[in-house]
Design a protein around this ligand. Structure first.
Ligand code: NAD
Ligand code: UDP
Length: 339
């Protein structure tokens, strides 16, 4: 057990991309873990190895609904609550915007109340999207952001902003000890091929010889963090003893254009796919790059994985997935073209 207490850690969103990797890490650290998920975007396959570990148990539930008694009866033993339950890909969170907003607000409220009852520390997976289309670069945590409250991204951006408000109100009134991670674009194995985000789209398109879709001119930038680095940052933030640290950016400071990413994926896969331009989604942020000074100072955290190495691992993983015949998992663009 490495001297770690076997108290229970709850991970909401355990069947998702980040949540499943976080559960792997927590079990490796010696914790008992309860995973909770509605499978709205997550997949049982992501928890295949977790399910074989007797220290892992799973509850299927939607956090928008009152939490099931199967969970609340463990409240006395739950010491940590990670809230990662929320669709993260723009096409997914825009499919049912009302439910996305409720997941962020009502769902987070339900989990905060559980944490209050359990006297558990709470970590909220927030997002760089709370900065909207930022006017300040790189983004520091004291930047308040530039968000369109009425656009198609608002269900997520404003939902996550409101969730942060709830977290800090619970903290201010001494009800729950909270940590808030503002996560920047993260990639790696277990993303869904039909996720719709840029890394999964481009890799799957390159591997299957389909056109690689760049939205807009492709000059917009993002910074990409490898999943192993990111979940290490989440685990460190949860362990931070400072109750007043405020939100903490977690991401990779290197900034890359989407055209640049397409060229890199094409080179790493050796693909002959052409790069094609498609319309830019409404309110798509033009630049995004984290200042991670606070994470480095408070957590001793910096992401170690260089982009080429992380992309190679992700490409290997998708090669195996696609090779396994996951036809239903092809990117939405590609499926539409084939139909
Ligand atoms: P994901 O879609 O792979 O995982 C989200 C998980 O939450 C899924 O398993 C889904 O089924 C579950 N879920 C969604 N709504 C739910 C609900 N109402 N009740 C119960 N379960 C629900 O996304 P991800 O990339 O793993 O993101 C995880 C978290 O991290 C999200 O909160 C997201 O906002 C945040 N985040 C991720 C990124 C990133 O780049 N991956 C960036 C910023 C923030
Ligand atoms: N994007 C792209 N091609 C794709 C999917 C996305 O060029 O096939 C762009 C998208 O317009 C955005 C960037 O890549 O500018 C990152 O998009 P993603 O959905 O991965 O994350 P987010 O916009 O939430 O940062």
């Amino acid at each position: 057990m490495n001297g770690v207490s076997p108290d229970i850690v709850l991970v909401a969103g355990s069947a998702g991309f980040l949540g499943s990797h976080l559960c792997d890490l927590l079990l490796a650290e010696g914790h008992r873990v309860i995973g909770l998920d509605s499978f709205c975007t997550g997949r049982p396959e992501n928890m295949r190895t977790l399910a074989r570990d007797p220290r892992f148990s799973f509850i299927e539930a939607d956090i928008v609904d009152p939490l099931p008694t199967a969970l609340t009866r463990h409240a006395g033993q739950i010491r940590r609550v990670f809230n990662l339950a929320c669709p993260a890909s723009p096409p997914h969170y825009q499919t049912n915007p009302e439910h996305t907003l409720l997941t962020c607000v009502t769902g987070t409220l339900h989990l905060l109340r559980l944490a209050e009852r359990a006297r558990a520390r709470f970590l909220q997976a927030s997002t760089s999207e709370i900065y909207g289309d930022p006017e300040v670069h790189p983004q520091r945590e004291d930047y308040w952001g530039h968000v369109n409250p009425t656009g198609p991204r608002a269900c997520y951006d404003e939902g996550k902003r409101a969730a942060e408000t709830l977290c800090f109100d619970f903290a201010r009134s001494g009800r729950v000890s909270v940590r808030v991670a503002r996560i920047f674009n993260t990639y790696g194995p277990r993303m869904r091929a039909d996720d719709g985000r840029v890394v999964s789209n481009m890799i799957c398109q390159a591997l299957s010889g389909e056109p690689m879709t760049v939205y807009g001119s492709g000059s917009q930038t993002r910074s990409f963090c490898y999943v192993a680095d990111l979940v290490d940052g989440l685990a460190r933030l949860m362990k931070l003893e400072d109750d007043d640290a405020g939100p903490v950016n977690l991401g990779c400071p290197g900034e890359m254009s989407m055209v640049g990413l397409a060229e890199l994926v094409k080179a790493l896969t050796g693909s002959a796919s052409p790069v094609v331009l498609r319309p830019l989604p409404v309110d798509d942020p033009r630049r995004r790059c984290p200042d991670i000074g606070r994470a480095t100072e408070l957590l001793g955290w910096t992401p170690d994985t260089v982009l080429e190495a992380g992309l190679r691992d992700t490409i290997d993983w998708f090669s195996a997935e696609i090779g396994a015949g996951a036809a239903h998992n092809r990117p939405a663009d590609e499926r539409a073209a084939a139909e």
